[in-house]
Design a protein around this ligand. Sequence first.
Ligand code: BG6
Length: 487
Amino acid sequence: MQRSPVGKLLLFGATGDLAQRMLLPSLYGLHADGLLPDGLTITGTARSEHDDASYKKFAKAALDEFLPDDRKDEKALKSFLDRLQYQALDATDMAHYKDLAKKIGDTAGGLAIFLSTAPSLFEPVIKGLESAGLTGETVRIGLEKPLGYDLASSKEINDTVATAFPEDRTFRIDHYLGKETVQNILALRFGNSFFEPVWNAQGIDNVQITVAETVGLEDRAGYYETAGALRDMVANHMLQLVALIAMEPPARFDGTAIRDEKAKVFRSLRQMPPEQVPHETVIGQYGDGAVNGEIVKSYVAELGKPSTTETFVAIKAHVDNWRWQGVPFYLRTGKRMATRRSEIAIQFKPVPHSMFAGRGGLLQPNMLIIRLQPEEYIQLLVMAKEPGLDREGIRLREVPLNLSLDAEFAGTRRRIAYERLLLDLIEGDPTLFVRRDEVEAQWQWIDAIREGWTANDMKPKSYASGTWGPSNAIALTERDGVTWQDD
Ligand code: BG6
């Protein structure tokens, strides 16, 4: 891959939560390891009034708070802050973009823009950048979600962006793709030969993907209330996980081959007709309860008004192609759940005939567990014989074959997902970014589910905070004789 690093970076939302928690620490991490191009300047912009000096102070405070202690190095901090400058901007005021362009200076050596903004601001921002000459051939743009709230609004945003940035200079971010463990799915599937022969409807009974969070609304009421769990987590992160598990082997590790295969998966997702939606989806909203031993309030109490926004969703999805015919993909995600865990559990088919049955031996189907967070491991549950003379029957037990990535790579620092993505944006590698056709196929499938909720007047069921969601989420799999992997 030909890398073409830019000489300048422009960060929209430079005083926001994402910038403080993720972007500034990630950029610092890259800087401290000597990975940012020499002389790269970082211009922050947002509504807040700051000059360069006060923004540097702001950034320093964020780094003090969010960097792990062992990463703080006074010399590196100082030279990192030297890269920063700031220009206040009202995104809807076209006159402000001239000042922004002046502050950034010459973009002939390349400019990467990181844009995270409310969907309503895409148009003025793109227009403003264009009017100030900040969209030329040497400029690329990274877009943070939410990229719309349905297919129509996402098309509008994509069209707006496309007026100034062709697809090869548009980098749509899904931070799950920046996670090391998510990329490891590719290594597991396509770097080993033994999974592929059983990685299909003949070998696999079902796939479960869980992204459980213990946090609640945090300070994001305005956004979350209009999004809900389906748009916030399924429409992007969880569908990306589905694609990595379900896709055909790409011929090369590059942006075209990988994204072609992912897009095919999204286009193969079975569209749910409205009458099917109540049978294949479950929605919930957290009530009062306790998480990690702490009493927490319900969603509506946190919000301060009644709401029908779902904070939990479970879905039985299908990928309609030869490889996956008849294999359900059960997805679930929620806030205020029992524990924080992102995990993919792949349940293989049972053996065709058990020779142990007549001797009392019980078999469980094999299960492959890919734990993405908080720990990182891959576990294969296999049947083994318990030691003994077997006079009262053969005892078989499921035992784990463990691959702990935490332990195996203990000496290697785990990077924040945004470190990888910001570096790829700066260097121009599109492989881990989401292409327009992927996003639109994702929304098409999501929209059908939402239409089904409306058509059937489905409202979220309450679940106690600190649990695994409403009880009908259990019924969703148990009906098929499948149990959620909850240990
Ligand atoms: C974000 C969602 O995209 O992902 C949040 O907007 C969610 O609601 C977050 O908390 C989860 O990310 P992670 O990396 O903590 O799993």
